[in-house]
Design a protein around this ligand. Structure first.
Ligand SMILES: NC(=O)c1ccc[n+]([C@@H]2O[C@H](COP(=O)([O-])OP(=O)(O)OC[C@H]3O[C@@H](n4cnc5c(N)ncnc54)[C@H](O)[C@@H]3O)[C@@H](O)[C@H]2O)c1
Length: 254
């Protein structure tokens, strides 16, 4: 029970992919969880599944594009759980939200959409969580699901890569500014993970370029998020843990 006694908010935790794997793992590890998602049915299903396992879990609906909804998610977590120790941000992506096109073809409004669903909300949620953590005086941990696109080229997903890079920058600043307050932020940066979204958009031939010879599993990302949320990673902050089956370290001759 690596998260025993931790009170967590997972934004985007109702999803069928990585988000759902994270909420499931958090329940297994003893955390009390508020599952936030734009799709209330998904959030409710995820929370109910945790409840059946004996975990404490509540669903909340909210759209990360709304500043008011972000604040409400944080407040609901504080109210339902009696405080907040862990914030996890999962919502993100590009192909699920706007067309994949080369940089010069990308429309301004699509760039803005990708900013809203990947970085603007993370920054807002992080700021709100910091205020809660500081008021409680007991520290806190933030984990954001990132991507290898945040530090590698992102063909036809330029905005997505820029936003994921921004999340890592935020984590570094949180490390520099709040470590003395017992507050940490890290990124779990995923490569190609087998989810419905990825399956619909990523060609299966991509597998041949992955040294591990397979896509990653949502549960493998969730395991990293558990570690980064737990006290086992107490001396780790401002970092990204890369889960990519070796893609980002592959040289031209491997
Ligand atoms: N799938 C991959 O291969 C892959 C690779 C690298 C990184 N990632 C990252 O993993 C994260 C999760 O991706 P996933 O594809 O597994 O999705 P997921 O299945 O975890 O679902 C994410 C959830 O976000 C919710 N959501 C969508 N828009 C929302 C909004 N506006 N407000 C609130 N909730 C909203 C969805 O309803 C869904 O339940 C993203 O940050 C993505 O960038 C995924």
């Amino acid at each position: 029970m690596r998260l025993s006694g931790k009170r967590a908010l997972v934004i985007g935790g109702g999803g069928g992919g990585i988000g759902r794997a994270i909420t499931g793992a958090f329940g297994n590890e003893g955390a009390a969880v508020v599952v936030a998602d734009v799709d209330l049915a998904r959030a409710t299903e995820a929370a109910d599944a945790l409840g059946e396992q004996g975990a404490t879990a509540y669903p909340v609906s909210g759209d990360v594009r709304s500043a008011g909804d972000i604040d409400a998610m944080i407040q609901t977590a504080v109210d339902k759980l009696g405080g907040l120790d862990v914030l996890v941000t999962v919502v993100g992506g590009q192909v699920a939200f706007v067309p994949a096109v080369k940089l010069h073809e990308m429309a301004d409004e699509d760039w803005d959409t990708i900013y809203e669903v990947n970085l603007r909300y993370v920054a807002r949620a992080v700021r709100a969580a910091l205020r809660v953590f500081l008021a409680q005086g007991t520290g806190g941990t933030i984990v954001s699901v990132g991507s290898v696109t945040g530090f590698m080229a992102a063909p036809e997903q330029a905005a997505y890569g820029v936003m994921k890079a921004g999340i890592l920058s935020l984590a570094r600043t949180v490390a520099a500014e709040y470590s003395r307050d017992g507050i940490r932020m890290n990124v779990a940066a995923a490569g190609a993970i087998a989810t419905a979204v990825a399956n619909a958009h990523v060609a299966t031939e991509v597998v041949e370029d992955i040294p591990a010879g397979r896509f990653g599993r949502s549960e493998e990302v969730a395991e990293a998020v558990v570690y980064l949320a737990s006290d086992a990673s107490a001396y780790v902050t401002g970092q990204q843990l890369v889960l990519d089956g070796g893609v980002s370290v592959r040289g031209p001759f491997s």
